[in-house]
Design a binder for this molecule. Sequence first.
Ligand SMILES: *Cc1c(COP(=O)(O)O)cnc(C)c1O
Length: 256
Amino acid sequence: MAVGADRIDNQVDDQNDRRAELAERLAAVRARIAAACVAAGRSPDEVALLAVTKTVPAADVALLLDLGVTALGENRVQEAAAKVREVARLRPDAAPRWHVVGGLQRNKAREVVRWADRVESVDSERLADALDRAVRREQETGRRAGPLPVLVQFSVDGDPERGGVPRSGLLQLAEHVATCAGLQLDGLMAVAPLGADPDAAFAEVESAADLLRSEFPQARTLSAGMSGDLEAAVRHGSVVVRVGTALVGERPITSR
Ligand SMILES: *Cc1c(COP(=O)(O)O)cnc(C)c1O
């Protein structure tokens, strides 16, 4: 009995410690974003934080929601579906927005459109078609009203591992997405190549985003910048930074 009570006390202590740690990290990330905006002559409320919670347990996600995070990014679709349900159970009133930020297989489209509020990693016409079909099926059965907002993923260096469409294919992909009734083209997402100078990379990203906007004025969103390079992305017009490690730490706790 006493041992059980001790264990519960320890769990409560752990939870409080983790909450304090996440609060501190979140404040630091928000301060970095604000400082980057000021340095770039931009208003801090122009840049939104997308908390990337891949590998992070639902309990931690719930704490992030308690701390005021409203948008969550996942790149492991298989892991995400169960987490989305678990977070909804833990925080039924929170209604966070879930964004898919990583490589997505076409055979996962049907599942993803059930919970995703935005897919940021559309990098092929075939993936766009699969999402479009899945959305329209959800619409026909009354489970979804509007189209699915998407970003096209741009590749700075054409590395197929990281995904994304090179500049030469960007407008053709965007035109295709724009013809998909189930999809709404909101903008562009990019990941800077590993080891590259982030300013040079994000200058190319910004230029690609300008090109996209010149043909599709409604595609205003630029999702760029992560834990290691958000300042450079903010200097180059990003309006969404996707932050994982700086928020949740190097080794997310998976035992809860
Ligand atoms: C993991 C991931 C992030 C977050 O990266 P951190 O370096 O952990 O901040 C952002 N975008 C994508 C596409 C990711 O897969």
